[in-house]
Design a protein around this ligand. Sequence first.
Ligand SMILES: N[C@@H](CCC(=O)N[C@@H](CS)C(=O)NCC(=O)O)C(=O)O
Length: 199
Amino acid sequence: MHLYSTLRSPYGRIVRIVVEEKGLINKINFTEVTTRGDKNPFYKINPSGRVPVLILPNGVIIEDSKLIAWYLDNLEGKPTLHKNLEIKRLEAIARSMLDGTSLWWREYLYRTDQERSDTIIRHERARALRLADVFENQVEKPVLSGDINIAQIVLACVLHGRDHANPEDFPWREGRPKLSAWVNKIGLRTSILKTIPPK
Ligand SMILES: N[C@@H](CCC(=O)N[C@@H](CS)C(=O)NCC(=O)O)C(=O)O
């Protein structure tokens, strides 16, 4: 199988962490690609232009980190990362935070000062801080403090290794000692360390 992603995509990182956690590293060839731009050769591999994308041995293309993570978790018939509703519920909240912060970051990455939308930034910043409060109150619960699962992986990809890229007005660690300690702790796992996005 072949996995394509950038090294900075948090969505690609989710899948790369799953590959590590499931011990699938020898079954999957990873290729770093760049996204966006006119005539990007990656569009021939995935017409949507998005990463991550997994190409199965029969040539079928699977896009979307949620679907790829589920597929890889079930690949050998022993799913460990998506065991119950509570895990999936918290994954959905973490993904809500990831989608919002990604939209917010892109206002800085891809738009000029004149194009940048204060409305989007204000809206997503407020959402991210509200959800950081939710996780401050949840991180000591078994779902987030016990065995690794997809909710933990997605939450790690929202908050770990992105401090350098965070807009200055996202001080999510302030007043959230439990969430801050949780991110520091999960940051010690091999899968998380091996997938830190480059600066
Ligand atoms: N819902 C998708 C989101 C993937 C996504 O938005 N990826 C971004 C990189 S972080 C991308 O490929 N952007 C390229 C583009 O918009 O053309 C997933 O979970 O995989």
